[in-house]
Design a protein around this ligand. Structure first.
Ligand code: PGA
Length: 236
Protein backbone atom coordinates (compact mmCIF):
# COMPACT_ATOMS: atom_id res chain seq x y z
CA UNK A 1 0.00 0.00 0.00
CA UNK A 2 1.25 3.47 -0.86
CA UNK A 3 1.64 5.68 2.21
CA UNK A 4 -1.04 8.34 2.66
CA UNK A 5 0.31 11.88 2.96
CA UNK A 6 -2.25 14.47 4.08
CA UNK A 7 -1.16 18.10 3.81
CA UNK A 8 -3.08 20.30 6.25
CA UNK A 9 -2.63 23.93 5.24
CA UNK A 10 -4.74 25.15 8.19
CA UNK A 11 -5.70 28.87 7.95
CA UNK A 12 -2.78 29.77 5.68
CA UNK A 13 -2.27 31.15 2.14
CA UNK A 14 -4.48 33.55 0.21
CA UNK A 15 -6.27 32.23 -2.88
CA UNK A 16 -3.50 33.13 -5.34
CA UNK A 17 -0.77 31.61 -3.20
CA UNK A 18 -2.75 28.46 -2.55
CA UNK A 19 -3.77 28.12 -6.20
CA UNK A 20 -0.20 28.26 -7.40
CA UNK A 21 1.02 25.71 -4.84
CA UNK A 22 -1.90 23.37 -5.62
CA UNK A 23 -1.20 23.78 -9.34
CA UNK A 24 2.43 22.62 -8.95
CA UNK A 25 1.38 19.73 -6.74
CA UNK A 26 -1.28 18.68 -9.22
CA UNK A 27 1.30 18.51 -12.03
CA UNK A 28 3.79 16.30 -10.22
CA UNK A 29 3.85 12.54 -10.00
CA UNK A 30 4.32 11.03 -6.60
CA UNK A 31 4.82 7.61 -5.13
CA UNK A 32 2.37 8.28 -2.29
CA UNK A 33 -1.37 8.72 -1.96
CA UNK A 34 -1.52 12.51 -1.60
CA UNK A 35 -4.47 14.32 0.00
CA UNK A 36 -4.54 18.13 0.22
CA UNK A 37 -6.55 20.06 2.82
CA UNK A 38 -6.59 23.75 1.82
CA UNK A 39 -8.87 26.36 3.44
CA UNK A 40 -12.55 25.47 2.88
CA UNK A 41 -13.53 28.25 0.41
CA UNK A 42 -10.94 27.01 -2.09
CA UNK A 43 -12.21 23.44 -2.24
CA UNK A 44 -14.78 23.56 -5.07
CA UNK A 45 -12.56 25.75 -7.23
CA UNK A 46 -9.57 23.46 -6.70
CA UNK A 47 -11.39 20.18 -7.39
CA UNK A 48 -12.56 21.64 -10.70
CA UNK A 49 -9.10 22.84 -11.68
CA UNK A 50 -6.86 20.14 -10.28
CA UNK A 51 -8.43 16.86 -11.24
CA UNK A 52 -5.37 14.72 -10.44
CA UNK A 53 -5.40 15.76 -6.77
CA UNK A 54 -7.54 14.43 -3.92
CA UNK A 55 -8.83 17.21 -1.67
CA UNK A 56 -9.94 17.18 1.95
CA UNK A 57 -11.91 19.57 4.16
CA UNK A 58 -10.37 20.71 7.46
CA UNK A 59 -13.69 20.39 9.30
CA UNK A 60 -17.44 20.08 8.75
CA UNK A 61 -20.45 21.32 10.73
CA UNK A 62 -21.94 19.04 13.37
CA UNK A 63 -25.29 19.76 11.70
CA UNK A 64 -26.14 17.56 8.72
CA UNK A 65 -27.87 18.52 5.50
CA UNK A 66 -29.06 22.00 4.58
CA UNK A 67 -30.98 24.70 6.46
CA UNK A 68 -31.01 27.98 8.34
CA UNK A 69 -27.61 27.65 10.04
CA UNK A 70 -25.70 30.81 9.20
CA UNK A 71 -21.97 30.29 8.93
CA UNK A 72 -22.10 26.50 9.00
CA UNK A 73 -20.81 24.24 6.22
CA UNK A 74 -22.29 20.76 6.31
CA UNK A 75 -20.64 17.55 5.20
CA UNK A 76 -23.30 17.39 2.47
CA UNK A 77 -22.22 20.78 1.10
CA UNK A 78 -18.57 19.69 1.23
CA UNK A 79 -19.47 16.44 -0.55
CA UNK A 80 -21.33 18.34 -3.27
CA UNK A 81 -18.06 20.18 -3.98
CA UNK A 82 -16.50 16.84 -4.90
CA UNK A 83 -14.72 16.26 -1.59
CA UNK A 84 -14.41 12.77 -0.12
CA UNK A 85 -12.31 13.39 3.03
CA UNK A 86 -12.53 15.65 6.08
CA UNK A 87 -10.27 16.19 9.08
CA UNK A 88 -12.46 16.02 12.20
CA UNK A 89 -11.61 16.80 15.81
CA UNK A 90 -8.21 18.36 15.18
CA UNK A 91 -6.77 19.48 18.52
CA UNK A 92 -6.85 23.09 17.30
CA UNK A 93 -10.66 22.74 16.91
CA UNK A 94 -10.91 20.89 20.19
CA UNK A 95 -9.05 23.66 22.03
CA UNK A 96 -9.86 26.93 20.22
CA UNK A 97 -13.44 26.06 19.22
CA UNK A 98 -14.11 23.78 22.21
CA UNK A 99 -15.16 20.80 20.08
CA UNK A 100 -16.03 18.07 22.58
CA UNK A 101 -15.92 14.35 21.88
CA UNK A 102 -19.70 14.50 21.41
CA UNK A 103 -19.38 17.28 18.83
CA UNK A 104 -16.66 15.32 17.07
CA UNK A 105 -18.93 12.28 17.03
CA UNK A 106 -21.76 14.31 15.44
CA UNK A 107 -19.37 15.58 12.79
CA UNK A 108 -18.15 12.05 12.11
CA UNK A 109 -21.76 10.86 11.79
CA UNK A 110 -22.49 13.72 9.37
CA UNK A 111 -19.48 12.76 7.28
CA UNK A 112 -20.46 9.12 7.13
CA UNK A 113 -24.03 9.99 6.13
CA UNK A 114 -22.74 12.28 3.38
CA UNK A 115 -20.22 9.74 2.07
CA UNK A 116 -17.10 11.52 3.32
CA UNK A 117 -14.28 9.58 4.95
CA UNK A 118 -13.48 11.27 8.28
CA UNK A 119 -9.90 11.58 9.50
CA UNK A 120 -10.55 11.65 13.24
CA UNK A 121 -7.81 13.28 15.31
CA UNK A 122 -6.95 12.15 18.81
CA UNK A 123 -4.00 12.89 21.04
CA UNK A 124 -3.06 13.96 24.53
CA UNK A 125 -1.59 17.15 25.99
CA UNK A 126 1.86 17.25 27.54
CA UNK A 127 0.29 17.34 30.99
CA UNK A 128 -1.70 14.16 30.33
CA UNK A 129 1.42 12.47 28.96
CA UNK A 130 3.41 13.49 32.04
CA UNK A 131 0.66 12.24 34.35
CA UNK A 132 0.82 8.91 32.58
CA UNK A 133 -2.90 9.03 31.76
CA UNK A 134 -2.46 9.18 28.04
CA UNK A 135 -3.79 5.74 27.13
CA UNK A 136 -6.99 6.30 29.12
CA UNK A 137 -7.35 9.70 27.53
CA UNK A 138 -6.95 8.34 24.00
CA UNK A 139 -9.30 5.46 24.77
CA UNK A 140 -11.94 7.94 25.95
CA UNK A 141 -11.50 10.14 22.87
CA UNK A 142 -11.81 7.13 20.58
CA UNK A 143 -14.77 5.63 22.43
CA UNK A 144 -16.73 8.88 22.64
CA UNK A 145 -15.84 10.33 19.22
CA UNK A 146 -16.28 7.32 16.97
CA UNK A 147 -19.76 5.90 16.33
CA UNK A 148 -20.19 2.11 16.35
CA UNK A 149 -21.19 1.97 12.68
CA UNK A 150 -18.19 3.91 11.34
CA UNK A 151 -16.59 1.45 8.97
CA UNK A 152 -14.55 3.61 6.63
CA UNK A 153 -12.54 5.96 8.80
CA UNK A 154 -9.01 7.10 9.50
CA UNK A 155 -7.66 7.89 12.95
CA UNK A 156 -4.87 10.43 13.22
CA UNK A 157 -2.78 10.20 16.37
CA UNK A 158 -1.63 13.75 16.96
CA UNK A 159 -0.20 14.37 20.43
CA UNK A 160 -0.77 18.06 21.17
CA UNK A 161 2.78 18.39 22.47
CA UNK A 162 4.13 17.42 19.05
CA UNK A 163 2.00 19.74 16.90
CA UNK A 164 4.03 22.66 15.59
CA UNK A 165 6.65 22.23 18.31
CA UNK A 166 9.44 20.45 16.42
CA UNK A 167 9.21 17.62 18.96
CA UNK A 168 8.15 14.17 17.78
CA UNK A 169 7.47 11.11 19.91
CA UNK A 170 10.17 8.45 19.94
CA UNK A 171 9.76 5.26 17.91
CA UNK A 172 8.90 3.45 21.17
CA UNK A 173 6.28 6.00 22.15
CA UNK A 174 4.64 5.76 18.73
CA UNK A 175 4.80 1.99 18.60
CA UNK A 176 3.13 1.85 22.00
CA UNK A 177 0.20 4.02 20.86
CA UNK A 178 -0.33 2.32 17.50
CA UNK A 179 -0.17 -1.09 19.14
CA UNK A 180 -2.65 0.11 21.77
CA UNK A 181 -5.16 1.35 19.16
CA UNK A 182 -4.80 -1.76 17.00
CA UNK A 183 -4.83 -4.40 19.72
CA UNK A 184 -6.14 -3.30 23.12
CA UNK A 185 -9.32 -5.12 24.12
CA UNK A 186 -10.95 -1.89 25.31
CA UNK A 187 -10.69 -0.30 21.84
CA UNK A 188 -13.77 -0.79 19.66
CA UNK A 189 -13.58 -2.97 16.57
CA UNK A 190 -14.38 -0.02 14.28
CA UNK A 191 -11.38 1.85 15.66
CA UNK A 192 -9.17 -1.22 15.33
CA UNK A 193 -10.20 -1.48 11.67
CA UNK A 194 -9.39 2.19 10.97
CA UNK A 195 -6.41 3.28 8.93
CA UNK A 196 -3.95 4.95 11.30
CA UNK A 197 -1.90 8.03 10.50
CA UNK A 198 0.46 10.11 12.61
CA UNK A 199 0.67 13.91 12.80
CA UNK A 200 2.88 16.34 14.73
CA UNK A 201 6.13 17.97 13.54
CA UNK A 202 6.61 15.59 10.62
CA UNK A 203 9.33 16.81 8.26
CA UNK A 204 11.64 15.56 5.52
CA UNK A 205 14.13 14.26 8.10
CA UNK A 206 11.79 12.14 10.22
CA UNK A 207 8.98 10.99 7.90
CA UNK A 208 10.61 7.75 6.74
CA UNK A 209 11.26 6.54 10.26
CA UNK A 210 7.64 7.21 11.27
CA UNK A 211 6.19 5.53 8.17
CA UNK A 212 8.27 2.46 8.96
CA UNK A 213 6.47 1.93 12.28
CA UNK A 214 4.14 -1.05 12.29
CA UNK A 215 0.50 -0.05 11.82
CA UNK A 216 1.21 3.44 10.44
CA UNK A 217 -0.52 3.98 7.07
CA UNK A 218 0.37 7.62 6.61
CA UNK A 219 1.12 11.09 7.91
CA UNK A 220 -0.82 14.28 8.58
CA UNK A 221 1.51 17.21 7.96
CA UNK A 222 0.98 20.85 8.92
CA UNK A 223 3.97 23.21 8.88
CA UNK A 224 6.19 21.19 6.54
CA UNK A 225 3.37 20.95 3.97
CA UNK A 226 3.54 24.72 3.46
CA UNK A 227 7.24 24.54 2.61
CA UNK A 228 7.62 23.48 -1.05
CA UNK A 229 11.06 21.94 -0.58
CA UNK A 230 10.01 19.95 2.46
CA UNK A 231 6.79 18.70 0.90
CA UNK A 232 8.53 17.73 -2.34
CA UNK A 233 11.06 15.67 -0.42
CA UNK A 234 8.28 13.88 1.46
CA UNK A 235 6.19 13.25 -1.65
CA UNK A 236 9.21 11.62 -3.28
P1 PGA B 1 2.55 20.22 12.31
O1 PGA B 1 0.95 20.12 12.37
O2 PGA B 1 3.01 19.27 11.24
O3 PGA B 1 2.81 21.66 11.95
O4 PGA B 1 3.07 19.85 13.65
C1 PGA B 1 0.33 18.87 12.26
C2 PGA B 1 -1.14 19.04 12.40
O5 PGA B 1 -1.59 19.95 13.14
O6 PGA B 1 -1.92 18.32 11.78
Amino acid sequence: MKPIIIANWKMNLNLNEAFSKADSLNKRNSSVQFILAPPTPYLAHFTQNFTRTTFCAQDVSSISGYGAYTGETSADIIKSCGINYAIIGHSEKRTTMKDSNLTVRKKVESCIKAGIKPIICVGESLETRKNNNYKDFILEQITESIPENANNIMIAYEPIWAIGTGITPTQEELTEIFDFIKNDSAISQVAKNAQLVYGGSVNSRNYKEILAIEGVSGLLIGGASLDDDELNLILG
